[in-house]
Design a protein. Structure first.
Length: 300
């Protein structure tokens, strides 16, 4: 392909269309009137031999080819921008930008609060959007496309196209009503009725169930809950026991009236990770933001 014959501004139009999913808004974003933006889309389709964006009731939806192009085009534009402005320093205190992360329930409760505190202190002009990680594979794909800037949570999938950093390690504890504040033996743990957090409320086995299965043992789950914040309040005032991540349990112990006791089985700690795309290296603002997430993690 002869680059001299290509208008590289078409790539800027592609990027705007991918992010806005609307021809008019994409044009406004890069300073083109609607007819000019429509013309740019026509030329993009001819350039790549694909429809790229299909008009639907939900907006202009990217084709498979457009999604394949999203990352390399985004990285190329980021490198061009960084090259043309190599000495432009990012100043958090005066910056205005919108950043998006996707987090698990754990990340929402434990990591996001100190992150927000740091942003409000150091970069009050930064707007943060926090999305839930429902389908981990879909969230990873959104990160690879550039729809989100980072993922935070435990047990997140791998990809050769992302960079993974461990923020810290977490472990499990048991919670019980304060009237039952005694350490549990393995047998006593199994005799008790359990409350289980299961995203979606489907009762899928967790890490503890896998450990018990190795020993040929099984616990009785008396209550299955779809939201982790409901677990301590369900346990309070009952004979239930629940197994939770330590930092989440600590957040709600006093409020709910429960106490923490050791898990009487050897469950290995697990990592809470930060996942980022490789484009962060060419974006000073994004690099600063990811470093700030790490600072939030170190404070826990």
């Amino acid at each position: 392909m002869n680059l001299a014959a290509i208008d590289l501004n078409l790539l800027v139009a592609f990027e705007a269309l991918l992010e806005e999913r609307n021809v008019t808004r994409a044009g406004q974003r890069i300073g083109l009137a609607q007819p000019s933006m429509s013309s740019a889309l026509t030329r993009l389709r001819a350039l790549f031999g694909d429809e790229l964006f299909i008009r639907t009731a939900a907006g202009m939806q990217p084709t498979v080819r457009a999604l394949e192009l999203a990352r390399p085009i985004g990285e190329a534009l980021a490198r061009i921008r960084a090259t043309l402005a190599p000495d432009t320093a990012f100043e958090p205190s005066t910056a205005y930008r919108r950043l998006t992360i996707a987090v698990t329930d754990y990340g929402d409760l434990v990591v996001v609060p100190p992150l927000v505190a740091l942003l409000r202190q150091d970069a009050p002009g930064i707007d943060l959007v926090v999305r839930p990680i429902g389908d981990a594979a879909a969230s990873l794909a959104a990160l690879e496309r550039g729809d989100v800037d980072a993922l935070i949570g435990g047990h997140l999938p791998d990809s050769a196209r992302i960079v993974r950093r461990t923020l810290f390690e977490e472990d499990f504890v048991c919670i019980r009503d304060k009237a039952h504040a005694v350490s549990l033996t393995p047998d006593a743990y199994l005799r008790l009725p359990h409350a289980l957090f299961s995203a979606g409320g489907d009762g899928s086995p967790g890490v503890v169930d896998a450990i018990l299965a190795i020993e040929g043992r099984k616990r009785r789950v008396a209550v299955t809950l779809a939201h982790v914040v409901a677990v301590p309040f369900a346990v309070a005032g009952t004979d239930l026991v629940a197994t939770m991540a330590r930092r989440v349990a600590m957040l709600f112990a006093d409020i709910a009236g429960v106490t923490l006791t050791p898990l009487p089985y050897d469950a290995p700690p697990f990592a809470i990770d930060l996942l980022q795309s490789r484009r962060a290296t060419s974006d000073p603002a994004l690099a600063w933001f990811l470093a700030t997430i790490e600072r939030a993690g170190r404070s826990l």
